[in-house]
Design a protein around this ligand. Structure first.
Ligand code: SF4
Ligand code: SF4
Length: 634
């Protein structure tokens, strides 16, 4: 095993760095606090190089998804954070990434994607600029190690300026090639490190996500405007006979192959500067796009009506669509095409530099005026709001009651229990995607220190835990986290309609199936402190949570009770004895919809809806005067 002991040289030193080392240096200088990744060529050395800086928490995660969830957690705390992976790793991490883009990034967050054109050690050649477009988030592409350092620093600033994660795309030659970099000093990130409860921003419930999507689109418009003057984009005017739009390592090839040509270098790979491209195109006689990977820019530029030559999306193919580029391929492909155009005059087919066509108004297909949109039947505004709530007798209520009672910070997950974010509990503080709660908890702890884990828990359902909670739990153990995880085990995949899963003990035909033992699994993941409580037993839940929080090691509490909607799970309704009620409202803290508010008593007294009550007895445990009692005691 190689020990990471080598200390990096100090600020002001000029050194030869690989692109990956330069990215790590840029992150260090930008004040990155938390970095996580999964090894994969050509990205591996980013994390390895960061491991030399003691100021940064650096970890290998169990996979790329967990790495991104950990850095999201750190970002919630205001810490600058970085996740690094090879291109296919971003497929694994796409789930958190695409929702994180809906959340206003707090601490600047950079996702390094090292793409592998030519598949030197990969199973495909995907171009992760496409993820930037899909996620509506900026993609930066440096061309050498000095830019890799500079662009990484800029990526953190951009992330905080536009409150979005930023993808830094490298490719193999940049990641592994070496060029000089003058090292700079470390600057601490500008944000104070603390966790601020902001559920509308950090919990992507549908209601919150719907509010965020327009903000994301507005942000993309602002980024498009920014792209026009972005200092990472650069026009180098030389001969106007030939113009190249390029970026990343392909820029180096163009410069070497055609040193006299004009170049528009796109450091901000997405979104593209449309007007800048138009002006550049208007200034050159023939315009080429040279890019490694997909015809990404070519398609976007053609879509805006500017003619270009590139990989042949809408015209002759000049540059290869497969494999890495090189100085030779760029030189020979362009020269061959130019020679061919001179001899055959097909250059006229590509109107390089021509202005875009004027906008046209579509003609109506008939003389009839377009039909107005149909009037909606009724108005949503006329209806009372009906926010989704946990069911009467839902076993998760007991846990959320305890979490709310102690004002614990709760990283949440996808499932029924996300409704713990709703009143009266307000108990979910973060939620990104399936399995994210445990990674978020670890990232927050790494940013804020282990004391944070003494006042925070991660909650996750049994089905979600099996889906994608095991890997972050292993991650928490491996990376010496000390958090508390509560598995809300209701024995089914409840939210989607009670499907089976490996820990339910029954299969898709509702036949008995081998049952995954969650306790044994958690112990096998390395958690020593694993306990099971009855989710209906409020005292037992409270005791287990307090004990787990006090332990300076990972703990798992399995809060078990079957989903109350499963056959046979509900019990007869309780009884309400109004003569014993003292209007203390304590029972309302369980938030059960079967306890309606008796408006005639100023809303302080419950009115039991026996049709809804499932006899869980949780409210009975809260009613000290004995006004709510089991049916046999009435
Ligand atoms: S026993 Fe109480 S908490 Fe449980 S379902 Fe009935 S009213 Fe709701
Ligand atoms: S807890 Fe019991 S006494 Fe208090 S309001 Fe509810 S029913 Fe009445």
């Amino acid at each position: 095993m190689v020990q990471v002991t080598e200390q990096p040289p100090g600020a002001g030193t000029r050194v030869l760095l690989s692109g990956n080392e330069a990215i790590a240096r840029g992150a260090y200088e930008a004040g990155v606090r938390v970095a996580a990744g999964y090894p994969g060529t050509p990205a591996t050395e980013v994390i390895e190089a960061l491991a030399r800086y003691p100021e940064v928490w650096v970890q290998w995660s169990t996979n790329e998804k967990v790495a991104v969830e950990v850095v999201i957690g750190a970002s919630f705390a205001g810490a600058r954070a970085l996740a690094a992976m090879k291109h296919v790793g971003l497929n694994v991490a796409a789930d958190p990434l695409l929702t994180f883009c809906y959340m206003p990034t707090n601490g600047g967050t950079v996702i390094v994607s090292a793409d592998d054109p030519g598949m030197h050690s990969s199973q495909n050649e995907q171009d992760n600029r496409q993820y930037g477009r899909m996620a509506r988030t900026p993609v930066l592409m440096p061309s050498d190690s000095a830019e890799a350092r500079d662009f990484t620093r800029a990526a953190f600033d951009l992330s905080e300026r536009f409150a979005t994660p930023v993808i830094l795309r490298s490719t193999t030659r940049l990641s592994h090639g070496r060029s000089p970099v003058t090292l700079g000093p470390r600057q601490e990130g500008p944000k104070p490190l603390r966790f601020e409860r902001r559920p509308p921003d950090f919990v992507m419930l549908p209601a919150h996500a719907r509010r965020r999507h327009p903000v994301v689109e507005e942000r993309l418009d602002a980024l498009r405007a920014y792209a026009e003057d972005c200092p990472l984009n650069r026009v180098e005017w030389r001969s106007t006979d030939l113009g190249f739009i390029t970026g990343g390592v392909a820029y180096q090839y163009v410069k070497e192959a055609f040193p006299d040509a004009s170049v528009l270098k796109l450091g901000l790979a997405y979104p593209i500067p449309r007007e800048l491209i138009r002006r550049f195109a208007a200034g050159v006689r023939q315009l080429f796009v040279v890019e490694e990977g997909d015809p990404f820019w070519e398609e976007l530029i053609l879509a805006q009506g500017t003619g270009v030559l590139g990989q042949g999306v809408a015209g002759p193919q000049v540059f290869p669509r497969i494999g890495e580029l090189s100085v030779g391929t760029v030189r020979h492909a362009a020269a061959h095409f130019l020679h061919r155009t001179v001899t055959t005059s097909t250059v006229a087919a590509i109107p390089a530099g021509s202005p875009p066509p004027p906008p046209t108004t579509p003609e109506p297909t008939s003389g009839a005026a377009p039909s107005p949109a149909p009037e909606p039947v009724g108005s949503a505004a006329e209806l009372p709001g009906r926010p989704p709530v946990l069911c009467a007798g839902c076993p998760h209520r007991g846990v959320f009651y305890v979490l709310a009672k102690y004002h614990l910070i709760t990283t949440g997950d996808i499932g029924c229990y996300t409704l713990g974010a709703a009143p009266p509990f307000h108990s979910i503080d973060t939620c990104t995607c399936m399995g994210s709660s445990i990674g978020h908890a670890l990232g927050l702890e790494k940013a804020l220190g282990p004391d944070f884990s003494r006042r925070a828990v991660a909650v996750i359902g049994d089905s979600t835990f099996v889906h994608s909670g095991i890997t972050p739990l292993i991650d928490m153990v491996y990376n010496r986290g000390t958090g508390t995880v509560i598995i809300l085990d209701n024995g089914t995949t409840a939210m989607t309609g009670h499907q089976g899963h490996p820990a339910s003990g029954w299969d898709a035909r509702h036949q008995p199936a081998p049952r995954l033992d969650l306790e044994a699994l958690c112990r096998a993941c390395g958690v020593n402190d694993v306990g099971v409580v009855d989710a209906y037993d409020l005292k037992a839940v409270e005791k287990a949570v307090k004990a787990a929080l006090a332990r300076p090691e990972p703990s798992v509490i399995i809060a078990r009770r079957a989903c109350v909607l499963l056959p046979g799970a509900a019990a007869p309704p309780i009884r309400f004895l109004p003569e014993k009620c003292i209007d203390c409202t304590a029972c309302f803290r369980i938030g059960c919809p079967a306890l309606e508010k008796d408006t005639g008593r100023g809303g302080k007294r419950p009115r039991l809806n026996e049709g809804l009550c499932t006899g869980c007895l949780m409210c009975v445990q809260l009613c000290k005067p004995g006004a709510l009692v089991p049916p046999e005691e009435a």
